[in-house]
Design a protein around this ligand. Structure first.
Ligand SMILES: [Zn+2]
Length: 337
């Protein structure tokens, strides 16, 4: 297959020739001398090293976030946890509440770099996890569409992106390099059969969070939860997609639960797990639902039981919240658990 030439139309879809579009963006970069090139090669290892200083803070949070990945196939779990780790370096506000590991590193060590490299570091400070759509692809190049920023970019393929084809969706980082940008080998592909469900759940999750920010900011700050959703879809995608086929009263059970859960305490993945459990239960038992509240209450109690010591309510409290008797909560809980 022919690879992109200077006079070809740019893959990003701008309608301009490649040499007047994304290639210019590449060539506009000042070239690195040997010292800056070395600094670039060593940048990530140094930031990793620097992060060890914060291990005591970082480790428990990281472990909590990767816990839900346990049920993924091993290779997937590794990819997901690598992405979470990078997110914790670049976007997780940790040092003094608002600095990230990376921004703290740049603050403390930045002056040891050349001026050119310090400018380059500013691009790194702007790193955010992205949702991409591959819009065009050949052997050597591809164009990716940034779903939140609504921009396209033609990139040279790297070994990590060699197999991507048109129509693929990805989440991950687009790393600044001395010669442009490169899709990280930590990017994760979203299988096409899960894509719609992923976006639907992302929207559902967003509608529940109180912070009103733009989509990219929201995605950046809730990235670990977005990965949780994707991992749950990977494991239980079939069940979750069966949600549409639930009857009205079964749907009402989920809606009530969603309405009543304290979202300042519960995370979306816990709600999703309850959903999976509920869908599996209705499929197997086709329960007669006279009072949806009874099942919603039992599900809320179930969620609390799943993650003891973090927001779970007693049977009595749950029963009061949903105006059903504690005995009802107990018996429905026993049947669904
Ligand atoms: Zn272009």
């Amino acid at each position: 297959m022919a690879t992109l030439k200077r006079n070809d139309p740019c893959l990003c879809g701008s309608g301009k020739k490649y040499k007047k579009c994304c290639l210019v963006k590449l060539q506009a970069k000042p070239r690195f001398d040997e010292k800056d090139q070395l600094a670039f090669n060593e940048l990530l290892p140094r930031v990793f090293d620097y992060s060890k200083k914060f291990d005591q803070q970082l480790q428990p949070v990281y472990e909590r976030y990767v816990q839900s990945l346990e049920r993924l196939p091993k290779a997937d779990a590794q990819a997901f946890s690598q992405l979470i780790f990078h997110w914790m370096l670049f976007n997780y506000p940790m040092v003094d509440g608002n600095e990230t590991i990376l921004s703290d590193y740049v603050k403390k060590q930045g002056s040891s770099y050349s001026e050119k490299f310090q400018q380059f570091l500013q691009e790194w400070l702007a790193l955010e996890p992205k949702l991409f759509h591959v819009t065009s692809s050949d052997d050597k190049n591809m164009a990716i569409y940034d779903v939140f920023q609504e921009t396209s970019l033609t990139l040279e393929k790297t070994p990590a992106s060699a197999n991507l084809t048109e129509g693929d969706r990805l989440i991950g980082y687009l790393y600044p390099t001395p010669t442009g940008h490169s899709l990280g080998n930590d990017a994760i592909g979203i299988p096409q059969k899960l894509e719609q469900s992923f976006l639907t759940h992302l929207n559902e999750m967003k509608s529940l969070s109180e912070t009103k920010t733009n989509e990219q900011e929201w995605f950046t700050s809730h990235f670990h939860e977005a990965l949780d959703v994707l991992s749950l879809l990977t494991i239980s995608g079939k069940e979750l997609q069966a949600e549409e086929r639930l009857n009205d009263s079964s749907k009402q059970v989920l809606n009530l639960l969603k309405e009543k859960l304290d979202w300042s305490v519960f995370t979306f993945d816990r709600f999703l797990k309850a959903k999976v459990t509920w869908i599996a239960y209705t499929k197997e038992h086709s329960p007669r639902i006279q009072k949806p509240e009874a099942f919603s209450a039992a599900l809320e109690y179930w969620i609390g039981k799943q993650t003891e010591g973090s927001g779970g309510l007693s049977q009595k409290t749950v029963s009061e919240k949903y105006s059903v008797s504690p005995g009802t909560v107990s018996s429905k809980y026993k049947s669904i658990r």
